[in-house]
Design a protein around this ligand. Structure first.
Ligand code: BG6
Ligand code: BG6
Ligand code: GLC
Ligand code: GLC
Length: 914
């Protein structure tokens, strides 16, 4: 307080004219509340641009995905190496993390210098130097032989495609080494380690300092979802909802976004508040025109702005007796620490003069007052601008959470924030002012980014082990596009007369020529055999004013010994159930038309004939393959003699589904099943169907895509687990695509993976239980439960506990990850084959953009919490020039089968009548 008075006193001594001129120079540094609000709003706009696919390329705030998907949960453990490059100090650290009740982090670190000529030399020199320092540290700690996992804090903008890859977008701050921009810095580090050939490291994660800081603070406070750096540079990261990050796949959960807000204003949007001094500083920097916001807010530049102002004031004769000294000409003399000292309230003017003296600036008392004032204006503006930016982030978080009042913690680090006497206060006041509905706690990071980087490394290593394990199951878009092309060829072969006999994808004509047109009516029976349930339905379609459908149905058991016994027994069973149903409906005396949904591949030469090509899924009754199922069923009914039935149509479940959905949406021309099995049908042009006479109009083709790959064409993407599933199935060597995709196999696929991982000690601490070893114990419905976004982990715990293993939290996370990989692969594969069908439809119609509806059914699609969304998203990505509506079939294939039967019945009646 005393010094403030002295300051006031001396200020009076300044000549009024001088005073006026100095005020005029500093005036542009005073930002009104409106201006700050405007900055906040502009920042908010830029954040959105950076997140959107279309605007992201030209956005100045780059919003880089970091592939860090959660904050620490206390289960992290292990021994890690961390590098921390890009701030004031370059550090190498050893971090030991203990989990559980005695959770703790111990760190050992050493600071190394990076000479200027290396910061601005060649990339190879820079990375060789880094590796030299690591070697020194390992030696010093006596751990040269251990191949430790490493987390690399690299405080520059990096484009990441995974946690362990980071392509340098552009150097910022004081670095400018050649041949690094556009390169993967992890590769560069790896190569430098190889060149030295003295030790090896496992580079697991590359992390921005903001992210490291958020994680360091997040370890203590789970509410910390923002990381702020106000140091040499200026930047922020925060946890964003995946659904808002358009350039990254997936919609569930969150991912940390490194905003790189330092680039804010590079498009000129804050030029109205940039002063000539800011422009001067920019021009003299290593990256002119770039990082304009950073250059107004961070430690590396504030001193420079001050220096430019002082030069100007000296030129005007207001300072240093009008003499620009050698020292004042030196770039970078005002480091953050000097700035902080000069501005300290506790410092007497004499001491300020001493500091200036140290910097080689000979000052009078008046001079020192002016210098202090200039520093104050520059740093205050920096803190306010930073606060305005942060308010935009906080506001976005509040909107994401959909709350009126947000409580959030911001983890902060950086020399400016830590050392400057006023910066943090002004920053916090500004945030409060501009985001009054948010309660923001600022938490100073005590341990630097290294700790956070190690925590990230711990999680990444755990998941990477799984990813490495299941690497072959993670299909890139490139692979999917390739699969799409392969399937397109298969379709072509199946349709052609010459190739059909040897084609694996059979492309079966169904003799269904159109979707319902609204004129169907009558009273029908539908049988629905082949999915999870055997159903019999009565479907009444009436036509008063508008078409209405009334349905009643009954589910019948089909015991395994019947599915696997003789064909005669199976059809006797079907006939018996039908008799029971008619009895209940009191229609035993009627001869109602019957539509038979038979969800297996059948060759048809007309609607009411279906020769089973081969059993699939759960069925394996003898003597049916090669026979007409309509005849077999008729025979069984005749044998009973207690009722009669008129089987008018056999339809595949895909066809039934397409017809069911076509009833509600005339545009529906694809039927898709993702249930016990998987398959699709679609409306093909007659002229493309060699196997059926005639070129006019269209016919529905049952693709039987489950058999895709049976000729070895998917071997490159099948895994050992897929082969094991196949070996243990009822139909080895067949339906290979189906076995990678559908519900009958998915749970088992996960089980096989878990068993192997447990055997290798990657799960359950190596414990394997008899339940876990039992085929079928892990079901597809369990996969669905575990992938629920909220209760998923607790479900995992229940399910695994029931299998006799005592899972740790880590185990649950890992198992959830396995489930995600397996179910994601399934959705991706279906997107590829469906994509091929959509392309075929588009080409058939000769349109640039396809508009169509896909009718969908099946337990996996319906029950899995994420499946449908993933499928839709990938399909739209693979076939961008399309507007596809996915329509869930609400009433099963039975309704559609009745529609087909109605048309057949009408035609038959006309025939009889005519
Ligand atoms: C430290 C981090 O805590 O903060 C550094 O460990 C980071 O990596 C730094 O760059 C930011 O501060 P400064 O002031 O050193 O740039
Ligand atoms: C139903 C159909 O809607 O979907 C069945 O009526 C079909 O016949 C089924 O097989 C597919 O699903 P799931 O999961 O039962 O195999
Ligand atoms: C620079 C870097 C950024 C970093 C920040 C703070 O802005 O581009 O990645 O986070 O400085 O160190
Ligand atoms: C199997 C059958 C096929 C059916 C599909 C879905 O792939 O072969 O006909 O459509 O399962 O149930």
């Amino acid at each position: 307080q005393v010094s403030a008075q002295i300051l006031a006193f001396f200020s009076l001594l300044l000549l009024a004219a001088q005073r006026k001129e100095i005020d005029a120079v500093l005036e542009p540094f005073l930002l009104s509340p409106e201006t700050l609000r405007e900055v906040k709003n502009k920042m908010r706009t830029e954040l959105e641009y950076g997140l959107k696919r279309e605007t992201q390329g030209s956005a100045t705030v780059k919003m880089l995905p970091t592939y860090v998907c959660g904050t620490p949960d206390g289960t992290e453990k292990g021994k890690f190496l961390a590098l921390d490059l890009g701030g004031t100090n370059f550090r190498v650290l050893l971090v030991k993390i203990r989990s559980g009740r005695r959770k703790s982090v111990r760190m050992y670190n050493k600071i190394f210098a990076i000479p200027l000529e290396i910061m601005q030399g060649t990339g190879e020199e820079l990375f060789d130097h880094i590796v030299h320092c690591i070697a020194d540290f390992l030696e010093y700690m006596g751990i040269k032989g251990a191949r430790l996992p490493l987390g690399f804090t690299f405080s520059f903008p990096c484009k990441q495609a995974s946690i362990d890859k980071g392509t340098l977008v552009g150097w910022t701050k004081g670095f400018k080494a050649t041949d690094c921009e556009g390169e993967d810095v992890v590769d560069m580090l790896r190569e430098a380690i190889k060149r030295r050939n003295e030790f090896d490291l496992d580079i697991v994660a590359v992390v921005n300092d903001t992210v490291g800081t958020m994680m360091t603070c997040g370890y203590e406070d789970p509410n910390c979802e923002i990381g702020l750096i106000a140091g040499t540079g200026s930047n922020v990261c925060y946890m964003e909802d995946m659904k808002n990050i358009e350039i990254v796949e997936g919609n569930e959960g969150k991912m940390c976004i490194n905003t790189e807000w330092g680039g804010f204003g590079d498009n000129g949007c804050i030029d109205n508040i940039r002063t000539e001094y800011d422009k001067e500083v920019d021009e003299g920097s290593l990256n002119p025109g770039k990082q304009r916001y950073e250059k107004m807010t961070s430690g590396m530049y504030l001193g420079e702005i001050v220096r430019q102002i002082l030069i100007d004031l000296t030129k005007r004769g207001l300072l240093f007796r009008g003499q620009i000294s050698e020292s004042l000409r030196k770039r970078g003399i005002f480091e953050t620490k000097f700035l902080s000292q000069i501005e300290s309230d506790r410092l007497a003017l004499l001491q300020v003069r001493q500091i200036l003296q140290q910097l080689g600036l000979d000052s009078t008392c008046e001079d020192s007052i002016i210098v202090k004032e200039v520093c104050g204006a520059v740093s205050r503006r920096a803190a306010q601008l930073c606060g305005a930016g942060l308010a935009a982030i906080v506001e976005k978080k509040r909107e994401n959470r959909g709350v009126e009042h947000l409580q959030i913690t911001v983890g902060v680090d950086g020399t400016l924030y830590k050392l400057h006497p006023h910066f943090s206060r002004v920053l916090q006041e500004t945030v409060k002012e501009l985001a009054p509905w948010c309660d923001v706690t600022f938490m100073l990071s005590e341990d630097g980014s290294g700790k956070g980087a190690a925590l990230i490394t711990a999680v990444a290593k755990r998941l990477r082990n799984i990813d490495k394990y299941l690497y072959a199951m993670r299909l890139s878009d490139e692979t999917l596009i390739d699969i799409m092309a392969r399937f397109r060829r298969e379709m072509k072969n199946g349709l052609s007369r010459d190739f059909n006999p040897t084609a694996t994808v059979k492309m079966l004509p169904t003799f269904v020529r159109s979707i319902p047109d609204g004129s169907e009516k009558g009273d029908f029976i539908a049988l629905d055999l082949g999915g999870s349930y055997f159903r019999i339905l009565r479907v009444k379609v009436s036509h008063e004013k508008k078409q209405t459908v009334q349905m009643e149905s009954e589910i019948y058991n089909t015991p395994e010994d019947i599915m696997h016994g003789s064909g005669t027994r199976l059809f006797d069973h079907v006939a018996e159930c039908l008799g029971d149903f008619m009895e209940k409906q009191q229609i035993k005396d009627k001869k109602l038309p019957v539509g038979f949904t038979f969800s297996f591949p059948c060759r048809q030469s007309k609607l009411d004939e279906g020769v089973l090509i081969t059993w699939t899924k759960r069925f394996k009754a003898s003597g049916v393959e090669g026979a007409d199922v309509v005849k077999l069923l008729n025979r069984a009914i005749k044998k009973r003699g207690d009722y009669d039935a008129d089987i008018m149509a056999v339809v595949n479940d895909t066809v039934g589904t397409m017809m069911t959905c076509g009833f509600d949406d005339q545009r529906c021309e694809v039927g898709l099943i993702i249930g016990t099995g998987t398959n699709a049908c679609y409306m093909e042009e007659m002229r493309h169907i060699d196997l059926v006479e005639g070129d006019e109009g269209r016919m529905c083709i049952n693709t039987e895509w489950g058999a895709f790959g049976d000729d070895g064409s998917l071997e490159d993407i099948r895994t050992e687990f897929d082969r094991e599933i196949d070996r243990g199935s009822l139909n080895p060597g067949k339906q290979l695509f189906e076995k990678m995709v559908s519900g009958l196999y998915m749970g088992e696929l996960v089980r096989l993976i878990l068993v192997k991982m447990a055997k290798e000690g990657l799960l359950f601490e190596g414990r394997i239980t008899p339940e876990l070893l039992t085929k079928g114990k892990f079901e597809t419905k369990h996969v669905s439960a575990i992938e629920k976004s909220k209760e998923g982990l607790s479900k995992a715990k229940d399910i695994l506990t029931r299998l006799g293993v005592e899972p740790s939290h880590e185990d649950c996370v890992a198992v959830q990850h396995v489930c995600t990989i397996v179910s994601f692969r399934s959705a991706n594969l279906v997107a590829a084959t469906l994509g091929a069908i959509l392309c075929q439809l588009r080409d058939n119609k000769g349109v640039g953009r396809l508009r169509t509806t896909v009718g969908v059914d099946g337990s996996l699609y319906k029950m899995h919490p994420q499946y449908a969304r993933r499928l839709h998203k990938t399909t739209r990505r693979l076939v961008p020039d399309s507007d596809v509506r996915f329509l869930l079939s609400e009433s099963g294939s039975g309704k559609g089968a009745a529609m087909v039967t109605a048309v057949a019945y009408r035609l038959a009646e006309q025939h009889r009548g005519g």
